[in-house]
Design a protein around this ligand. Structure first.
Ligand code: PMP
Ligand code: GLU
Length: 397
């Protein structure tokens, strides 16, 4: 079959590919421990589920307005006010079937051939491919671990060209956990604001910060910044609702209207009763979030300590999100059977085959010297997974 060029430009989402590999092994009866997908292992809180049951019982099972019911928009507005001190009206907020589709529809509405989009690496696996699907060009800026995986002002200045249409900031970052301070964000804003470059702020991990780290939404740095920013967020992570597929955005009304138009031509609307559940998630009690974050914090410390005790692995303590991104270059050059380990894919294969543990290669995140673990899995799994990897590494010569 002769497929469209755009399909050949992208890869399948590496997080989904890794999860699928683990699932296929499980189907064969192999007990795999997966650190692959960034998905909280907690159940969706009961009050949220009840809101969905109620909506179904009430017959809210039909098409809805494309960008969400008015009460969902009001809950999104309420969330931005409560959590970020940001004021929006209904024309400035938009809901979709997950934050991934938010970013996709945003890209559909904004990017075309010739446009450049600045993406600091390591980046979440889908950003660059979504830009490529629009025929636009991702301009990847490689950050370094000694700078906490944060893009510097000089790096940003060097990446900006007359074609720069937007910059993607994901803080806390998937996969590194890097969390920009308000001052660091302000410094980046000073570069892009005068150039009228749109800021896309993916705040989806805003609640997952540790060690007293304070989250700042870039849009909250002033009216002028807010006007030039689209904030992307969703209920997947904060409320353990990955399967419900509700994401949302806030930004300039003309852009939200364009995304609405695009959405009428793809998913039509986010699922009706999931929207009602999202209203409860965003506007209802918030105590489940802190409980989840406290547990993640405990796991974060444990996994970092275990990884650092393994020869050839060096793992920084992340400040946010629920991933660790250890450097595995210390394993390069070692022999595994006949094979010489030389990239993140080799390490991922080794760990999957020898330890029956699934992780994601750093190459998908734009840096082949690292691998990613999601620690959004039980402490028992983490302990067992670490024991197995420690054993597997003994196979290296
Ligand atoms: N942005 C980032 C940085 C993510 O890690 C994810 C996780 N999948 C998403 C967006 C998309 O989330 P969802 O589509 O589940 O709302
Ligand atoms: N964001 C999560 C991850 O990075 C979920 C999977 C995905 O959407 O890519 O693993």
């Amino acid at each position: 079959m002769k497929l469209a060029d755009r399909v050949n430009r992208i890869k399948p989402s590496p997080t989904f590919a890794a999860a699928a590999k683990a699932a296929a092994m499980r189907a064969k009866g192999i007990e795999v421990i997966s650190f692959a997908q960034g998905e909280p292992d907690f159940d969706t809180p009961d009050n949220i589920k009840e809101a969905a049951y109620k909506a179904i019982r009430e017959g809210i099972t039909k098409y809805t307005p494309a960008s969400g019911f008015p009460d969902l928009k009001d809950a999104i507005i309420h969330k931005f006010k409560r959590d970020n001190g940001l004021t929006y009206d209904r024309s400035q907020v938009f809901a979709s079937a997950g934050a991934k589709l938010i970013i996709y529809n945003l890209a559909q509405a904004l990017f075309q051939a010739g446009d450049e989009v600045i993406v600091p690496a390591p980046y979440w696996v889908s950003y660059t491919d979504i830009v490529l699907l629009m025929d636009a060009t991702p301009v990847v800026v490689q950050t370094s671990e000694d700078r906490g995986f944060k893009m510097t002002v000089d790096q940003l200045k060097a990446a900006v060209t007359p074609r720069t249409k937007a910059i993607l900031i994901n803080s806390p970052c998937n996969p590194t956990g890097a969390t920009y301070t308000a001052q660091e964000l302000r410094d980046l804003v000073d570069v892009v604001l005068p150039q009228k470059i749109l800021i896309i702020a993916d705040d989806i991990y805003e609640k997952f910060v540790y060690d007293g780290t304070v989250f700042t939404s870039i849009a909250s740095l002033g009216k002028e910044v807010q006007d030039q920013t689209v904030v992307v967020n969703g209920v997947s992570k904060t409320y353990s609702m990955t399967g419900w597929r509700i994401g949302y955005a806030a930004g300039p009304a003309d852009l939200m209207a364009a995304m609405d138009k695009v959405q009428t031509q793809n998913v039509s609307n986010p699922v009706s009763f999931c929207q009602k559940a999202a209203v409860e998630a965003l506007a209802g009690p918030q105590d489940s979030v802190q409980k989840m974050v406290a547990e993640f914090d405990r796991r974060r410390k444990y996994i970092v300590q275990r990884l650092n005790a393994m020869p050839g692995i060096k793992c920084a303590m992340p400040k946010g999100a629920f991933y660790v991104f250890p450097n595995i270059t210390g394993l390069f050059g070692k022999k595994w059977g006949d094979k010489v380990i030389s990239n993140s894919g080799d390490v991922t294969d080794l760990i999957l085959e020898e330890a029956k543990v699934a992780v994601v290669a750093g190459s998908g995140f734009g840096n082949d010297h690292y691998i990613r673990f999601s620690y959004a899995t039980s402490m028992a799994n983490i302990e067992k997974g670490m024991d197995r990897i420690q054993e597997a590494l003994k196979k290296l010569r």
